[in-house]
Ligand binder design. Structure first.
Ligand code: NOJ
Ligand code: CA
Length: 706
């Protein structure tokens, strides 16, 4: 009683913040004991019920005994231009409230900064420089997101080491029962609880609200997972720990990443939201002229499917990186990155107008890499004996094609950091301007994991150093993106989700690409590596019976739906040569956009997007469909009103079926204007893609869409 009586009476002061249009409302107050809480509503409907804020530190806490010392409010409405992306200009319009809290028991200060947009909320914690808080260790983040009902969610298990799961669609209350069964890949897994999920988490309420939880600007902090208390349907932040179980080492003055809640009653607004980018810092690279979109093919799918190998030999005794000596090694004959094979891809790229060729398995170390706990596996400058690096570079440059470097780090960041300058210098000397890096396997030193603060800092270090060398980065298995590509636009891609590689090894759920735009892509573009035209993988490698779960038309739709400045045509050239008319769309489609229109969207069901290419002004439309067929009835009202166009429509044939007849497509041409309506069926795991061009007199014979 005495303690309670001595607690300050904080409950009285409440602060409210409205978004610019007034449709979002944030409430903040201190409850009994001086604990900060917030709640959020959209058009009068509760989105986040009263939820706690704060941290536990190793020796104290920053969650109670607070008083409000100051409240600062401001408004912002401005635009900025990304170096590449889904539109040429992005509006950032928000109202801000920064609440300075003073912990009376310790005289420490913490600011909670809220930015309220018309499509959601971002908030972060800030720790100003102060005498009583200099170095501190966060052991737990207490931030809650209290849901108001048993929503439907599209989720993957919380895991410190991989994001490469199939999504599960279920009620929140079903997560506990389903989570174990959702483990469907064979990479290392560090699932931390029975109700933990990853962000970006997409949900839908029974009243039709779409709610997305994620984070923005993840810098010098561990990635946030969400842990559900299913008795109260409240998520709590769960920070990825280090080997000691600690989470974040902080030194004032410092800030956390933003916690984001994107909300709308229209699913398309979730895809159109730019909250994540807007909460990141402006570009820190002064001259960005060297950063460019890139369409590429690669010596890759043949390794994923097992037709060829990254390694040069099976003769393990004779290859050891410490000696760099392969002279005694007997090649196994399945090496993919041979000079001859790479030249074949360069020829294909040159013939079809691709910018670049990715070559994996070119450098020594692959014999030794996976599941290995040695710290030094790869070096990044020594080619295999059958890969004539100089000759290949000359050949590629004579054909106007770039090569994309590959650095598989084997999750040994210290080995990589030690070699980074050498590796990047080597790239520049040989004309490479982009690297695909990878982090397969358990992080070495052991006990670390892919998403803890130390690894988040490693990815950032590799990215910023790459910018110094004018190198573009596409990191696989790295932490999920949080909009950092605004600040560092040389981050042209990340994997950080289940990519097409699984369609060559295990298969993925048919609805996968209708979920990714609502989850993984909220943080930035994905190197999804689409464009697989042969779904029966045994046709590439008779020993591999995997079936890829989509149609050819779906694969074409992905290029528009899942926008990225880096797009691969992932299949082997032989498979494209069989379907050159469909391949034309991949050749034509743009990678960087003036404008994007989200025409139809429902997570797990369908997504249809129209985009206008930067520079050329050419329009493209893409659709992908989930586990059931979808009929689009859309308008072409995005087209310029004064023009007549020809739409080339690549669609599932009426008898297409992703399991039994995935290669059945039709290609049709129509005349159309901005007044035209368009109806198109896409089968399950199907889709369609449209490219538009201005009509010419000879096109009069084509049917006009009314
Ligand atoms: C996993 C990556 O996702 C894949 O693209 C790459 O080929 C392998 N690691 C080898 O580095
Ligand atoms: Ca991967």
């Amino acid at each position: 009683m005495a303690l309670i009586a001595s607690l300050p009476a904080f409950g009285v002061r409440a602060e409210e913040l409205l978004s610019p249009s007034g449709n979002m409302k944030l409430d903040f107050r201190l409850v009994e004991g001086g604990t900060p809480v917030y709640s959020l509503s959209y058009k009068g409907e509760p989105v986040i019920a009263e939820s706690r804020l704060g941290f536990r530190l190793d020796n104290s806490g920053l969650f109670d005994w607070f008083e409000i010392a100051d409240v600062e409010r401001s408004e912002y409405d401005g635009t900025w231009s990304p170096v590449w992306g889904e539109e040429a200009e992005i509006r950032d319009c928000h109202n801000e409230m920064a609440v300075t809290l003073r912990q009376t028991s310790s005289d420490r200060r913490m600011i909670v900064r809220f930015r309220l947009f018309d499509d959601g909320l971002g908030f972060r914690y800030e720790f100003p420089a102060q005498d009583n808080l200099v170095y501190f260790l966060i052991t737990e983040e207490l931030t809650e997101f209290a849901m108001t009902g048993d929503h439907i969610a599209w989720w993957i298990p919380g895991d410190y080491d991989t994001q490469e799961y199939d999504y599960t669609e279920s009620r929140l209350s079903e997560i506990r029962g389903l989570l174990k069964g959702a483990v469907s890949n064979n990479l290392s897994q560090s699932i931390f609880s029975e109700t933990g999920v990853q962000t970006a988490l997409q949900m839908k309420t029974d009243s039709g609200l779409y709610i997305n939880l994620h984070e923005a600007a993840l810098v010098n902090f561990p990635a946030m997972h969400l842990e559900l208390d299913d008795s109260t349907l409240t998520f709590k932040a769960h920070l990825t720990p280090d080997p000691n179980g600690d989470c974040a080492y902080m030194q004032t003055e410092c800030v956390t990443p933003w916690r984001t809640v994107i909300v709308s009653d229209d699913a398309r607004d979730i895809l159109a939201s730019r909250i994540t980018l807007n909460l990141n810092e402006p570009c820190k690279i002064d001259d960005t002229s060297w950063i460019h979109p890139c369409k590429y093919v690669g010596v890759w799918w043949e390794m994923i499917t097992g037709k060829s190998a990254w390694s040069y030999t099976d003769d393990l005794k004779s290859v050891h990186i410490d000696t760099d000596d392969l002279s005694e090694a007997k090649p196994h004959g399945r090496h993919g990155a041979t000079t001859e094979n790479v030249k074949k891809y360069i020829d294909f790229a040159a013939e079809h107008g691709f910018d670049a060729v990715l070559v994996e398995g070119w450098n020594i170390g692959w014999e030794d890499w996976f599941g290995n706990m040695k710290e030094r596996v790869f070096d990044f400058v020594t080619p295999y004996p059958d890969f004539d690096l100089e000759g290949i570079m000359d050949y590629a440059s004579s054909k106007g094609v770039k090569l994309i470097m590959h650095h598989e780090t084997s999750s040994s960041p210290r080995n990589y950091e030690r070699q980074l300058d050498t590796a990047y210098k080597f790239m520049k000397e040989h004309g490479y301007d982009a690297v695909k890096s990878g982090y397969v396997g358990n992080i070495i030193p052991k006990g670390n994991n892919h998403y803890n603060q130390w690894m988040v800092n490693h990815y950032q270090y590799a990215l910023e150093k790459a910018a110094d060398y004018r190198i573009m980065v596409n990191a696989h298995e790295a932490v999920r993106p949080t909009g950092l590509c605004r600040t560092w636009p040389n981050l042209i891609g990340n994997e950080s989700a289940r990519g097409t590689e699984y369609q060559g090894t295990n298969g993925s759920k048919p609805f996968h690409v209708t979920v990714l735009p609502f989850t993984r892509l909220i943080g930035g573009p994905m190197d999804y590596t689409p464009g697989i035209f042969e779904m029966d993988i045994s046709k590439i490698n008779p020993g591999n019976s995997t079936h890829a779960n989509f149609t050819i038309a779906n694969q074409l739709g992905v290029y528009v739906v899942m926008s990225s400045p880096l797009q691969m045509a992932a299949d082997i050239p032989e498979n494209y040569e069989r379907f050159m008319d469909a391949f034309q769309f991949i050749k034509d489609v743009a990678l960087d956009w003036e404008e994007s229109r989200y025409i139809e969207a429902e997570p797990g069901r369908y997504v249809t997007v129209a985009r206008k290419a930067k520079g050329t002004g050419q329009w493209f439309v893409g659709n992908v469909t989930g586990s059931e067929e979808h009929v689009s009835e859309i308008k072409f009202d995005f087209l310029d009103p004064d023009k007549t166009y020809v739409a080339t429509v690549y669609a599932d044939a009426p008898d297409a079926d992703y399991l039994t007849n995935p290669q059945a497509y039709t290609i049709s041409e129509y005349r159309c204007t901005s007044k035209s309506s368009f109806r198109q069926k896409a089968v399950a795991a199907g889709g369609y893609a449209i490219s538009f061009r201005e009509a010419e007199p000879g096109d009069r014979k084509l049917k006009m869409l009314k």
